[in-house]
Ligand binder design. Structure first.
Ligand code: ADP
Ligand code: VHF
Length: 377
């Protein structure tokens, strides 16, 4: 896939049929821990304008914790998980009530979807989330998605909504992802620094991850900062989805493809929903380490992973489970669904298909991971 020009990427955003718009806590709430109704209504006006002109939009909205701690009498964002979860439980209701009223002015219905990381890891739950989201979109509803903060356990929690929004973009096979925050664009360094320069176009998100200095959140209500936004941009771009990152005040022009904020070009063609799940959502249960030749073949993007090029299987997994495919130096090359249980693999390592057939039988004369089940990361 050749690198498109900035104008081409902006045009594809403008023409997007299905769009995921993610808005951060700092763009919806005040530092005191209350909703900022004016900001929320301005955002809704931009989203509604696009919906009324035919776009299908999923809104991934943060802000539950930041809208809930003020009404509960806390002066600042609580640090312990239980109080954060209590604040989220209160704030999520307040947030939805506002969205409901604000969208109703445009005759648009909203539906709430609270997602846990588990829902994106398990194939069946992933499909279920997709079915509900697509039905809502078909019905002209704006689904409003947030992490299920009140119940999510700390170990497996997104925490920020940036990566969640990239996965939602994959779930609904969005044509664009718009990340709205409190800075107007990505900078070469945290914006407070004197050497920070604004970046308008990122043709290669992988290179940007190397070249840009990113910092955490400074707003006092957000969590991820620019680190998780770049990670979200990477997941989306590698999944074939263009990304615009800008301030919430620029929501309207960003969705129209105007030259605001930073736009990230898609890196690969968009895969099927199943392949996107394998590549970005599924939780690998183990690792297959491969030699240089197999690493080159896998990187080429069209080969299956053969036992002949595999050196080791790590972890315990069953046939059909997601696994990492790693180079010898530990670099992640791909993710795939293993064709065999982890205990079956050691006897297959280094053997070509003929040898496998002869020594182990026809059942073992197949790739460790078929290319249809292998996704580069
Ligand atoms: N290289 C960078 N370019 C732009 N912003 C950056 C960079 N590094 C860190 N930041 C910070 O990231 C913040 C946005 O992240 P965050 O507060 O988590 O927002 P949100 O609540 O919208 O998710 C910005 O306010 C900015 O201070
Ligand atoms: N799900 C959480 C998101 C937490 C958060 O701060 O996210 P973000 O503002 O996107 O960095 C909430 O609604 O409060």
């Amino acid at each position: 896939m050749s690198t498109p020009s900035q104008a081409q990427v902006r045009r594809s955003v403008a023409q997007a049929q299905t769009m995921v718009v993610k808005v951060g806590s700092s763009s919806l709430t005040r530092p005191s821990g209350h909703l900022d109704a004016a900001k929320l209504e301005a955002l809704v006006a931009s989203v509604a304008a696009n919906v009324l002109s035919g776009a299908r939009i999923v809104l991934v909205s943060s802000g539950a914790i930041a809208a809930g701690f003020g009404p509960l009498g806390f002066a600042e964002r609580p640090r312990d998980v239980a109080t954060q979860q209590a604040a989220a439980s209160v704030g999520q209701g307040l947030l939805m009530a506002r969205y409901e009223t604000a969208f109703a002015r445009y005759g648009i219905r909203v539906g709430q979807i609270l997602i846990t990381a588990e829902d994106t890891i398990r194939a069946a739950q992933y499909r279920n989330a997709r079915r509900t989201l697509e039905r809502l979109l078909d019905l002209g509803v704006v689904p409003i998605v947030n992490e299920n903060d009140a119940l999510a356990s700390n170990e497996i929690r997104f925490g920020d909504n940036d990566r969640l929004s990239a996965l939602v973009a994959n779930i609904v096979r969005a044509d664009a992802l718009v990340l709205l925050t409190d800075v107007d664009a990505l900078y070469t360094a945290p914006p407070g620094r004197p050497d920070a320069r604004r970046i308008g176009y990122v043709p290669d998100v992988i290179a940007a991850l190397r070249d840009v200095t990113v910092g955490g959140s400074t707003s006092g209500v957000g969590t991820g900062g620019m680190v998780t936004k770049l990670e979200a941009a990477r997941i989306a771009a590698v999944s074939g989805v263009p990304v615009v990152l800008t301030s919430a005040a620029n929501a309207g022009p960003a969705m129209m493809g105007d030259p605001v904020g930073t736009v990230f070009a898609p890196v690969h063609d968009r895969g099927s929903s199943r392949r996107l799940w394998i590549g970005f959502a599924a939780e690998p249960r183990g690792t297959i380490v491969v030699d240089d030749g197999a690493a080159r073949a896998v990187r080429g993007g069209r080969a299956s992973l053969l036992a002949a090029g595999a050196l080791e299987a790590r972890g315990e997994f069953s046939a059909g489970d997601p696994v990492w495919v790693d180079a010898e130096d530990g670099t992640h090359l791909a993710r795939g669904l293993s064709g065999y249980d982890s205990e079956e693999i050691p006897q297959m390592l280094g053997r070509n298909t003929d040898q496998l057939r002869r020594f182990l039988g026809e059942a073992y004369a197949h790739p460790l991971i078929h290319r249809d089940n292998l996704v580069l990361v």
